[in-house]
Design a protein around this ligand. Structure first.
Ligand code: A3P
Length: 349
């Protein structure tokens, strides 16, 4: 029987006025537009809409593994952990094939609008007259093809990374595939997102952290509203094909997290295997691991010299960024958003 295509069920609206101006501060040189999608109003790059229906209707396989999260919540660490557990701890292969090639990033294509590549290059040259566009052009060329197209030809088992909310994924994703979702305390997520936006010159944020935080918690940053994203996944946590993790738990007791993730995939491990994986994932080693740290992107001229993709990797770093007033505001925002749910961060129990 032929697959039935269901339209992507959400409408979108363009940003206007002050919201548009504020949001554009987080995109800088990238001539891309944001739109708000669906009843929860997720903020997403407009090119996503070109493939939204294909993602929503993506043919799934029982062996598919999704690693999902709100960005900067420990996705990369979880991807590497899950991949190694499901590939017999094949560290050689993990070192020789970059993580970006072992996982398909579902919405990656939306970050560069191929049609606007010339404007993009001109903008980059304005900030850096020596900017060499050849690598950016190569990436833009790659990003032309959405992951759904590539995934159709990818042999099983397929490993898929996404920062999309659960409601954007195929409605039957949990009936067929497995999803590991990782969540993190939002003040630390905001700090990490801030540094991430400094890392990529193309979306380098011009304000300081206070201004960034304002945008983040008001739902004016990519894929916010943050709590809606988390709550969608949290509400599915009891499904046997869904594993909901907290960054704080995984990093505090990694052996326990490895056993739990193993159990989810029906696997058990020796103490030595677990110790070896903990060492591999230790932030000091992970930061220098060329297969996961994305340092190859530095050659594109798109990275800021003072920032790295894998950064501090600790919990509670927000304290260096929030003053008393911001802390109070943040805690109120968290409390208000947790009122109607039993979702609790390990830091707030
Ligand atoms: P910080 O910026 O707070 O250091 P993602 O992979 O979802 O983009 O998340 C990135 C965050 O996870 C960054 O947080 C990064 O340093 C941290 N991280 C990455 N690998 C880690 C590891 N092996 N252990 C602990 N934290 C890690």
């Amino acid at each position: 029987m032929a697959e039935q295509i269901v339209p992507f069920p959400y409408s979108y609206s363009e940003l206007e006025g002050e919201d548009k101006e504020l949001v554009e501060k987080t995109i800088a040189a990238n001539p891309i537009e944001y739109v708000r999608v669906g009843p929860k109003g997720y903020l997403i790059f407009k090119p996503y809409l070109r493939d939204a229906e294909n993602v929503y209707n993506m043919p799934l396989r029982p062996s598919d593994v999704f690693v999902a999260s709100y960005q900067r919540s420990g996705t990369t660490m979880t991807q590497e952990l899950v991949w190694l557990l499901l590939n017999d701890f094949d560290y050689e292969k993990a070192k020789s094939i970059p993580l970006v090639a072992r996982y398909s990033f579902l919405e990656e294509f939306m970050f560069i609008d191929y049609e606007k590549r010339d404007i993009f290059i001109a903008n980059m040259k304005k900030t850096d007259p020596n900017f060499d566009p050849s690598n950016l052009l190569k990436i833009a060329e790659m990003f032309k093809i959405p992951a759904t197209k590539k995934l159709a030809k990818t042999p099983s088992p397929r490993f898929i990374k996404t920062h999309l909310p659960m409601s954007f994924l195929p409605p039957k994703v949990l009936e067929t595939a497995k999803v590991v979702y990782i969540a993190r305390e939002p003040k630390d997520v905001a700090v990490s997102c801030y540094h991430h936006s400094l890392l990529f010159k193309m979306q380098q944020f011009s304000g300081g952290f206070k201004e960034f935080w304002n945008l983040f918690h008001k739902g004016l940053f990519s894929l916010t509203p943050f709590f809606e994203h988390l709550k969608e996944a949290w509400n599915l946590r009891h499904h046997p094909n869904m594993l909901f993790l907290f960054y704080e738990d995984v990093t505090k007791d990694m052996p326990a997290a490895i056993r739990r993730i193993g159990e989810f995939f029906g696997k058990t491990f020796t103490k030595e295997q677990i110790a070896g994986l903990c060492d591999h994932l230790n932030i000091k080693n992970f930061k220098n691991n060329k297969s996961v740290n994305n340092e190859e992107l530095r050659d594109t001229g798109m990275f800021d010299a003072n920032e790295t993709f894998i950064r501090k990797g600790k919990s509670g770093g927000w304290r260096d960024y929030f003053d008393e007033e911001m802390t109070q505001q943040a805690e109120k925002w968290i409390a208000d958003n947790l009122r109607d749910t039993d979702l609790r961060f390990p830091t707030h129990k």
